[in-house]
Design a protein around this ligand. Structure first.
Ligand code: URA
Length: 239
């Protein structure tokens, strides 16, 4: 792979910035300054530095974002999008939110440029679990919990079985719900169908991964290689 492409794909520079950095002798490969942006390197074995800092090679980038309220889960919109919470080069690198959380839903949003894995994780074929912490009003009791678990008619579909755990005494206004589908406003419509309304929704698990509780709202971090493997397994791959 060309050195300028390597730098671009790793997210540290655009291709044209990479050319400038290389010509300015700021880039080393295996300890030696390289001045030709077209030089070919093996991304799996080369050690590349920019201004002495190791440039980590990533074929794809996977990011866990703790989405705050007020941001749209898309790459473009009239209002603020989740991409504004991430470094600007992520848009150039083709990252996009994997699935949608409503503008007022907070929590775990995967952002990646791995279109194939993103598609697999969202495909109904793989039944990837998504767990949300909720608050609802009015509170719900055991009968409504059972209805939510069995599946409810939300207009266009009857939802697939879900898991619902209620916190504290019944009727309860807080709990956790795990669904495997991802229909538009699904959880809000499920609660509406049993006579309650969602007042707070936070995704705390997705594809076998839990939201990192050290991330404040609006903060993000790269997934670890182990976490990437968990996602691949959730999507039905061997990792
Ligand atoms: N269900 C909803 O109603 N909203 C979300 O953002 C996610 C699931």
């Amino acid at each position: 792979m060309r050195l300028d492409k390597y730098l671009g794909q790793s997210g540290v520079a655009t291709r044209s910035e990479a050319t400038k950095f290389i010509r300015a002798r700021r880039v080393c490969v295996d300890g030696a300054v390289v001045r030709d942006p077209a030089v070919h390197i093996d991304p799996d074995t080369a050690s590349v530095t920019l201004d002495g800092q190791v440039v980590v090679w990533r074929e794809f980038t996977y990011v866990m974002l703790n989405k705050p309220t007020g941001y749209v889960s898309s790459t473009e919109d009239r209002g603020p999008t989740v991409m504004e919470l991430l470094p600007p080069q992520f848009v150039r690198m083709g990252l996009f939110p994997c699935g949608r959380l409503d503008i007022d839903t907070v929590g775990f949003l995967l952002v990646t440029n791995d279109g194939v894995l993103g598609h697999e994780l969202l495909s109904p074929k793989h039944h990837v679990d998504k767990t949300y912490r909720f608050r609802c009003d009015p509170p719900i009791g055991e009968e409504q919990r059972r209805q939510l678990c069995a599946g409810v008619d939300i207009g266009d579909i009857v939802t697939a079985p879900a898991e619902v755990v209620l916190y504290g005494d019944l009727p309860a206004c807080e709990g956790e719900i795990t669904i495997r589908e991802g229909k538009f406003h699904q959880i809000k419509r499920m609660f509406h169908a049993v006579g309650s309304e969602i007042t707070y929704l936070e995704r705390i698990r997705f594809g076998g991964l839990s939201l990192d509780t050290s991330l404040e709202c609006g903060e993000w971090r790269y997934l670890t290689p182990e976490e990437e493997a968990v996602l691949r397994r959730s999507a039905g791959r061997n990792a």
